[in-house]
Design a protein around this ligand. Sequence first.
Ligand SMILES: [Zn+2]
Length: 79
Amino acid sequence: MAVDQELLEILACPLCKEEVKLVPLSEGRRTAVRDKYREKFRGEEPLVEQGLRCIKCHRIYPIVSDIPVMLVDEAFDEA
Ligand SMILES: [Zn+2]
């Protein structure tokens, strides 16, 4: 699983418009995000390993099956 490097460079926190950095998610967080997205993936198990942390506000946006979810409502404070 890998998010394209060029894509990473153009992604920004929707609130701060600041850079985001890849961070690994904890086992508990991975499970929580997988459970939340399973329905939307229609039976396909969502892959959740990393998130993107804003360098300014430190919100973490999940990456679900290689798709960065850059939505404030989907962000969390701790990996
Ligand atoms: Zn931010």
